[in-house]
Write a protein that binds this ligand. Structure first.
Ligand code: SAM
Ligand code: SF4
Length: 333
C-alpha cells in the first residue's frame, strides 16, 4: 500500500485520533461550561476507530496518539488500545500513546503499560489545587496527582503539557520546572491557540508569547538548546540545574508547518489535514459504505493530496475571536 506523501513532499506518518469529544473537565481555554456534545450515532464505534486507524497504519503511520476530549472517559477505551497494540506486536507501528488530563490514569496506567504504551502526555497547567479548579472548572487535583503517581509506578515516561496563561499560571513556571525535575517528567509549554468559542473568556488576555516566557525563565535557569525531537513541533532545551527537558510549542510566534508529518481524525471520522485550517475530509461515509477498505483508502489518498502548506493563527487586540470555529476537543490538539 502506497505511503502518504503530501503535495509538499512531507511524509504523513503520525495520526492523532480524538476518540471522544466528551470530557470530565471544562478547561477555560478549551471548552465553555455548557458544551453541547455529539449524539452517539455520529461518533465512530470503537470497531470503526480500529478500522480507520489500521488503514492508516497500513499506509505508513508509525505513531498513533489517542486524545479527545478526554480519551480515558470513553467507555471501554481499553479495548481499542488492546486491539491497536497488535500493530506494535507486528512492528508496523512504532508508538501507541495518548494525551490525557490524568484524571483516570490511576485506573488505567498499568494496563496501558502492559499494552505497550511507553509514554503519556498529561496536561497540567498548575500545581496549585485552587488554581487547578479555576482553570479546569470540574477537575479534581488530587486525582490527577494520583494518576501521575500510577503512571510513574507503571514505568510510563510522563511529559507534562502546560498551557501558558498570562496572569493565571505565569508565576508558577519556576516551581513547575523544579517539580518536573524532581519527578523525572519532561515539561512542555504551549501557547494558547484561538480555537472554538469559549464563552466569556478573552484570548488576548490569556495569551503569553513563549519567547517572553523563555526570557523570563533564563533569569533563573540555564537553558541549553538540544536536538531532542519527538516528531512534533516542540523545540527543547535542557535545564542545567535540574537536568530536565523543557519544550516550547509556539504555533503563534513560530511557524513549524514545514516539517508537519501529521493529520488528525475526529471521533466522527472527519480528517483534518491541518490543525489551523477548516478544510477536512469525511472518512465515516466511505468507512460505512463498504466492509472492504478500498473506498476508505481512496478517500485517505484524496485527503492527503489536499494537505495545506500551513496555518495562519493570529491573536491581537482587534482579533480575539477563534481563527477556526471548532474547539480543540474536536481534534485533540
Ligand atoms: N483531555 C486531554 C488533555 O487535556 O490532555 C486531551 C485533549 S486536550 C484538547 C489536548 C491539549 O490541548 C491539552 O494539553 C490542552 O491543554 C490543549 N488545549 C486545549 N485548548 C487549547 C487552546 N485553545 N490552546 C492551546 N492548547 C489548548
Ligand atoms: Fe478536557 Fe483536555 Fe479540553 Fe481540559 S483541555 S477541557 S481536559 S479536553
Amino acid at each position: 500500500m502506497a505511503e502518504m506523501i503530501d503535495p509538499f513532499g512531507r511524509a504523513v506518518n503520525y495520526l492523532r485520533v480524538s476518540v471522544t469529544d466528551r470530557c470530565d473537565f471544562r478547561c477555560v481555554y478549551c471548552m465553555s461550561e455548557d458544551m453541547a456534545f455529539l449524539p452517539k450515532a455520529e461518533v465512530l464505534s470503537l470497531e470503526e476507530l480500529d478500522r480507520v486507524c489500521s488503514a492508516f497504519v497500513r499506509r505508513g503511520v508509525k505513531k498513533l496518539r489517542m486524545t479527545g476530549g478526554e480519551p480515558l472517559v470513553r467507555r471501554n477505551i481499553m479495548s481499542l488500545f488492546r486491539n491497536l497494540s497488535r500493530h506494535l506486536d507486528s512492528g508496523a507501528l512504532e508508538e501507541l500513546t495518548l494525551t490525557t488530563n490524568g484524571s483516570q490514569l490511576g485506573r488505567f496506567a498499568h494496563e496501558l503499560a502492559d499494552l505497550g504504551v511507553r509514554r503519556v502526555n498529561v496536561s497540567l497547567d498548575t500545581l496549585d489545587a485552587h488554581k487547578f479548579v479555576a482553570i479546569t472548572r470540574w477537575g479534581k487535583f488530587a486525582k490527577v496527582m494520583e494518576g501521575l503517581q500510577a503512571a510513574k509506578d507503571a514505568g510510563l515516561a510522563v511529559k507534562i503539557n502546560a498551557v501558558a496563561l498570562k496572569g493565571v499560571n505565569d508565576d508558577e513556571f519556576d516551581h513547575m520546572i523544579t517539580w518536573c525535575g524532581e519527578e523525572g517528567f519532561d515539561l512542555t509549554f504551549i501557547e494558547v491557540m484561538p480555537m472554538g468559542d469559549i464563552g466569556g473568556e478573552n484570548r488576548f488576555d490569556q495569551y503569553l508569547p513563549l519567547s517572553q516566557l523563555r526570557r523570563n525563565l533564563e533569569r533563573n535557569w540555564t537553558l541549553q538548546d538540544i536536538d531532542h525531537r519527538t516528531g512534533g513541533p516542540a523545540r527543547y532545551v535542557r535545564v542545567r540545574e535540574t537536568g530536565g527537558r523543557v519544550g516550547f510549542i509556539t504555533p503563534l510566534t513560530h511557524n513549524f508547518c514545514e516539517s508537519c508529518n501529521r493529520v488528525r481524525l475526529t471521533c466522527t471520522g472527519t480528517l483534518y489535514m491541518c490543525l489551523g485550517q477548516e478544510d477536512a475530509a469525511d472518512l465515516r461515509t466511505p468507512l460505512r459504505l463498504s466492509e472492504s477498505d478500498n473506498i476508505l483508502d481512496e478517500a485517505i489518498s484524496e485527503a492527503i493530496a489536499r494537505k495545506p502548506k500551513g496555518h495562519d493563527f493570529i491573536i491581537d487586540r482587534g482579533n480575539d475571536g477563534p481563527a477556526v470555529s471548532r474547539h480543540m476537543s474536536v481534534t485533540g490538539g
